[in-house]
Ligand binder design. Sequence first.
Ligand SMILES: Nc1ncnc2c1ncn2[C@@H]1O[C@H](COP(=O)(O)OP(=O)(O)OP(=O)(O)O)[C@@H](O)[C@H]1O
Ligand SMILES: [Mg+2]
Length: 282
Amino acid sequence: MDKDSKDYKEQMQAEHSTPLHTGRGKGEGPLLSIKDLHASINGKEILKGINLTIREGEVHALMGQNGAGKSTLSNVLVGHPAYEVTKGSVTFKGKDLLAMSPEDRAHEGIFLSFQHPVEIPGVSMVNFMRAAVNEQRKYKGQTALTASEFLKLMREKRAIVELDGKLANRSVNEGFSGGEKKRNEIFQMAMLEPTFAILDETDSGLDVDALRIVAEGFNKLRTPQTSAIVITHYQRLLDYLKPDIVHVLLNGRIVKTGGPDLAQEIEQRGFDWIKKEVQTLP
Ligand SMILES: Nc1ncnc2c1ncn2[C@@H]1O[C@H](COP(=O)(O)OP(=O)(O)OP(=O)(O)O)[C@@H](O)[C@H]1O
Ligand SMILES: [Mg+2]
């Protein structure tokens, strides 16, 4: 083929370009693969053999009673130092996630929207977000944003979740209402554009209008490559986010997996029928 021909150039581009966002092509395996994961806190085993596979672009809902281990799983995935992984493996984009620092996990595109966001008095939202965004850019070999570029980005992203400008001028979460903190989590997600987001009860504490704005904001931020684990007790958030797969976590294990109907069934029937099913397993 002639090296100057259009076909040749296109072929070379196709062979050497990496797809946007994740740098992953088809047939490279799942985005996240969790195998027989066991984890403890203060010597108490909470996760007792989690198996979960998430492919690029999939949204998985994770449901289950209080204390089942949903937040523990989230914290283990982002590398919270209080949890000890005692068995099993997690690969993310083919890499050993458990061997990575929490910072590198974030830089690789993992984001956790906390169930209980912490207040950071004395650290302004602007400085906090600028540090986070520029650290991520550095990791990717990009130059830091100028002050005006950064403020423009803040404004754009604030608009997506309709975050009040006054909140963005305060210290991180300091004195924010419960719902304001949750909205702020999704604002941070908007700024960081993760490839894999974990939303841990982001719907709790949001009023009906705020829930719609936050959920629609999440949907606007989604690309065909964005994957997520959405932890919730309620169908309402799932009506907006339309998960592909629904899992039930019980006592540190995923005991049931189904389609979106499973969430509706749980809303109507609770968890007792699932517990009975588990008891009758051989
Ligand atoms: N420091 C700790 N010491 C002992 N047990 C702990 C500690 N931290 C968490 N746990 C226990 O781990 C279990 C799982 O907690 P986790 O927060 O993962 O539950 P969850 O599924 O997210 O529940 P919820 O729906 O209420 O948010 C709970 O029984 C909790 O009490
Ligand atoms: Mg929780």
